[in-house]
Design a protein around this ligand. Structure first.
Ligand code: PLP
Length: 386
């Protein structure tokens, strides 16, 4: 499968998770769209873009288990989380509840939005090795009458854990708590049915596990909250216009499109290439191959945990094709740099709560030989950096 990607043949690429990898045929499709746009930008952006985006959203909605009218394209999950946070009015004393496994940039967004409104961003510490039942119980116990928002990742970042959000969304909804889910990694990492999940806001990336071009993400907003949306960029969709206004050809219709579709001139080709990425995954049987990648990531993690004499981060049920491997005390950045410089292995090695982890992520192009190169190199490099 490596021939379908531009990844440097010299590299052992074990970090699909950070920025994804886009197949050549999807990139070619994106470039063709850009060429078409440049032939007449006025026609493409000014008169066709709303219809084109609506068709691309329909394909994405089908993939995610919702309707196109509940989705809007955003560049990435960071933007999606910011839009959700920006749209929820908090009062002094309110609390946004999260856990300490969240992505740093999103923590920063909630910290700042809370500070501005006199609210508190409260992060519950999660014990590792991870136990989904204990986690769900801790989060439920942490919900109080002050909790206005529950914010959780579906798949966590440096620890790569699948959180039991289904159960927690149900409990939060019963208690009148707004749920915002950061699904940056989730689409194509696991099966999604956004309508059944029932979060109020759910953002995700298409450029990670769906293999779309970079800069393609989405924000799902439950129908009853769409009128409360506050766009970070006020543009033409906010200007009063009739249903037959020619501006509708790019601002679209309905609250989500009007507020978040036309944010000034930008290149929509990554969004418009999402259906091609969906087709690519289907043509290459990603659903089945994902299980192979998952099994290999788990096996690799187990071998290395055995070598280090450390317990795995979680049971298999909380893990997917990306797995965090706990390391003995070492200089994490030195290990990462040595793996890259000496072995040409690209893999993130970082700290979570002062503990070092390497995170392996595998996709269609990954091989057993790739994973075994890590098994050979990592223990030596950890020993050198201890
Ligand atoms: C859980 C989580 N949230 C958000 C992000 C940010 O994604 P993006 O940079 O595409 O906005 C990441 C990136 O890896 C992530 O792991």
């Amino acid at each position: 499968m490596r021939q379908h990607f531009l990844i440097d043949p010299e590299l052992t690429f074990l970090n699909h998770g950070s920025f994804g990898a886009c197949p050549i045929e999807v990139l070619n499709h994106q470039r063709a769209l850009q060429d078409e746009m440049e032939k007449n930008p006025c026609e493409f952006l000014g008169r066709r873009s709303a219809l084109l985006l609506s068709a691309a959203r329909a394909a994405l909605a089908d993939f995610l288990g919702t309707r196109a009218s509940n989705l809007i394209f955003v560049e990435n999950a960071t933007t999606g989380v910011n839009i959700a946070a920006h749209s929820i009015a908090l009062s002094p004393g309110d609390e946004v509840l999260a856990c300490d496994l969240e992505y740093g940039a999103c923590d920063a967004a909630w910290d700042i939005f809370c500070q501005r409104q006199g609210a508190t961003y409260r992060r519950i510490p999660v014990r590792l090795p991870f136990d989904a039942h204990a986690f769900a119980a801790d989060m439920k116990n942490a919900m109080t009458t002050k909790t206005r928002v529950l914010f959780l990742s579906h798949v966590t970042s440096s620890t790569a854990l699948i959180l039991p959000i289904e159960e927690l969304i149900g409990v939060a909804r019963e208690r009148g708590i707004i749920v915002v889910i950061d699904g940056a990694h989730a689409p194509a990492f696991l099966e999604l049915d956004l309508d059944a999940l029932g979060a109020h806001f759910y953002t995700g990336n298409c450029h990670k596990w769906m293999c779309a071009p970079k800069g393609a993400g989405f924000l799902y907003v439950a129908p009853d909250l769409q009128d409360t949306l506050a766009a970070p960029v006020i543009s033409w969709g906010y200007v009063a216009q009739g249903d037959d206004s020619p501006r509708r050809l790019y601002t679209g219709t309905g609250a989500l499109e009007e507020r978040l579709q036309w944010l000034g001139t930008r290149d929509p080709s990554a969004f418009l290439s999402v259906p091609r990425a969906i087709d690519f995954l289907a043509a290459h049987d990603w659903r089945k191959k994902r299980e192979d990648c998952r099994a290999l990531a788990l096996e690799t993690a187990l071998i290395l945990c055995g070598r280090f004499g450390i317990a795995p981060i979680a049971q298999a049920s909380a893990l997917g094709p990306m797995v965090a491997i706990p390391l003995p005390p070492c200089d994490a950045e030195r290990v990462r740099a040595a793996l890259f410089e000496r072995h040409r292995i690209e893999i993130p090695v970082g700290l979570h709560n002062h503990r070092p982890f390497a995170r392996i992520s595998l996709h269609l192009y990954s091989t057993r030989a790739d994973a075994m190169r890590l098994v050979t190199a990592l223990p030596d490099e950890v020993a050198r950096a201890s």
